[in-house]
Structure formats: structure tokens, C-alpha cells
Design a protein around this ligand. Sequence first.
Ligand code: 13P
Length: 252
Amino acid sequence: MRQKIVAGNWKMNNNLNEGIKLTSEVVNMVQDELTNGVQVILGCPFIHLTSVQKLTNGTKVALSAQNVHQEEKGAYTGEVSATMLKSVPVQYVIIGHSERREYFEESNELLAKKVDILLKNELIPIFCCGESLAIREAGNHVEYVCNQLKESLYHLSTADFSKIVIAYEPIWAIGTGVTASAAQAQEMHLALRNFIAEKYGQEIADNTSILYGGSVKPANAQELFACPDVDGGLVGGASLKSRDFVDIAKSF
Ligand code: 13P
């Protein structure tokens, strides 16, 4: 059985005290209320990680960074390496978010290197993919997103690929309040699973967690998570409110 996951992506929000308060609330609610086996993950800015780790350590909540540099170490002022993240420790790292692809010009090729450095350091990549509205309207969305997987992930061995978490986030649904319909999410998730099966076999595809992201809220989570190929969510705005975020995790 593939793991059900609800991951928060705080993006560039919360000062340190706000992040600590939010984490404490989430950890307490998850410990008290969550009984459905969903893995809850907090995706924090780098400066929060060590403080948040002290609060999540030994609880059901896991920790994720939002980015990593592709090189081992060296003269890359302002960057953070996989070994640094491992030393916190964090368990997951979000890579390839559409905001990083757009504003920081991250290519599929660069992301392949980030995947490699994470796996080398036994960190789990949450690999984001997704199409723009123009690509969807042209009817090329499935082909486009499959190609993102192919160019960044398909160099991996079967053993390495089986460690990856995929997050499908249609760009037109991020931060817009417009959610993909359950049917649109299911269509893409099934297409991705079939595409993975072609390369790595049905068993690996069936065990790959594919999350949906884009305006996930308590009001729509249940319908999205009811789709057979939607294994959870990557949540932006609603992850900044502890009650909403934990209610999303409880929606399974
Ligand atoms: P929103 O939930 O705010 O739409 O953000 C989605 C997202 O980008 C998560 O990574």
C-alpha cells in the first residue's frame, strides 16, 4: 500500500516565532486527533528547520525543506546542501516547485541533479510537476507533465525511483483559489501512474505516492482524496492555519 501524505508548504511565510507556534499547534492536534495513518509533513523555510525539528522529533509529524542545492558543498554563497539538511535531520525535501521553476529558472535537467544529491543523502524528494493554463488549454498537459518526470527522474534505478514522492500541482490552481476538479486531478494522477508503470512496472507505480497541490482546503480535500489515484496533498495557504491543515489531513 502506498503511503497517504499531507504535506504543508509554508513557502516564504512565518517568522521564527510564528513557525514555532504553528508547529506546536499542528503537532498537538496530530498527536491527539489523527488516527488515519496519514503521514503529515511540514515544509518549512531553512531558518525554521532546527527549531521545528525539536518539536516534531519523536512525533507523527515529519519535516521537509523547500529546496536544496545540487552540489555537495563549496563556494555557493547563500545555498544549503543535502548533507546540511540531513544533519538537522529533515526527512523530505520539496524540489521543482513551479515557483522555483519560474522565478529561479530551475530546469528538468537541474532537478535531475537535485534528485540525485538527495537520494545520495537518504533524503526523500517530493518532486513537483505541473502545467500552466496555456498548456492545459492546448490539450498538452498530460504529455508535458510526463515529460517533466521523464527528464528529471527516469535516469533513476528502480530502487531509487521507488523512494520518490510526486506532487502534481497545476500552476493555474496554485494560490488562485481555483482547485482542479476531482476528475481533472484523477485524470492526471492516473496518467502519471500509468506512465510510471511503463518505465518501472505496475508494482512500483502502484506504490508511488502521488500528491495533489493547488488550493487544497478543508472544504475540498475529502473529494480530492477520494480519487483512487490521489494519495494526499501538498498544501500551501491552508498549511499556515493549524486547524485547517490538520482538518485536511483528517479528510481521508
Ligand atoms: P496553495 O495551496 O496556496 O494553492 O499552494 C499550493 C502549493 O503551491 C503547494 O506547494
